[in-house]
Design a protein. Structure first.
Length: 222
């Protein structure tokens, strides 16, 4: 039997926080409570229960981290989420900007058998529509460190790999300007005073975006 959706949401939130902070770092309880949209006291009660189940390691007043068992379960939740997103985009023809919320619901109810059929039907993709890595059926996930359009070299051909933001309006903005994973880009100019980054895409389209947006677009050198 799968864990409850509430448990899965806590584990997934911890997994994503650790990916940012570092796997050995403790995630502050306030940060976790914000991520799962509950009061800090509610989060603490749940974390104590998860600690008793061996899914997390909780240090009062310091924070919490996933145990190995909790890490594997969280990775499998992300596997279901990201495969569902890929299926909705590639097979159902939905926009990458509208699949996140549906995947948030479906990740808790689809069976492992259905997920494996989706995976096979899609050709065993390694990433979802946003470039996020899809964990394997064993809960393993490839880890990469990427530069962003805010840190890469100027006037150097790069390829967009991943979008580090699931906000629908942001994704629609990127879609309108063809700024999606796989797109070739060059950063022509950064203007700190104007808080802007000037880009040229592979089809010779020029666009200016803010530095915050540029920091969310992860790339690798072509």
């Amino acid at each position: 039997m799968l864990p409850s959706s509430t448990v899965e949401n806590y584990l997934k939130a911890l997994y994503q926080a650790e990916a940012t902070l570092g796997e050995k770092a403790l995630v502050p309880m306030g940060q976790l409570a914000t991520a799962v949209r509950v009061a800090p006291g509610t989060a603490t009660t749940m974390i104590k229960a998860l600690a008793e189940s061996g899914l997390v390691k909780y240090e009062p007043y310091l924070g919490v981290r996933l145990s190995p068992a909790g890490t594997k379960l969280a990775a499998l939740v992300l596997r279901r989420h990201r495969l569902v997103e890929q299926f909705l985009v590639e097979v159902m023809g939905m926009s990458w900007a509208e699949v996140h919320e549906d995947a948030e619901q479906l990740e808790h109810v689809v069976s492992d058998r259905l997920i494996e059929r989706m995976d096979a039907m899609l050709g065993h993709p390694s990433v979802d529509p946003h470039g996020d890595p899809i964990p394997t059926a064993d809960g393993d996930v490839e880890s990469h460190q990427y530069d962003s359009l805010l840190t890469c070299r100027l006037r150097t051909p790069v390829k967009m790999i991943r979008v580090a933001d699931q906000d629908a309006s942001f994704l629609r903005f990127l879609e309108e300007h063809n700024l999606k994973p796989g797109q070739s880009i060059e950063v022509e100019l950064r203007d700190p005073a104007a808080d802007s980054v000037q880009l040229r895409t592979g089809d010779d389209h020029r666009i200016t975006i803010g530095t915050k947006a540029a920091s969310k677009l992860l790339i690798e050198v072509v």
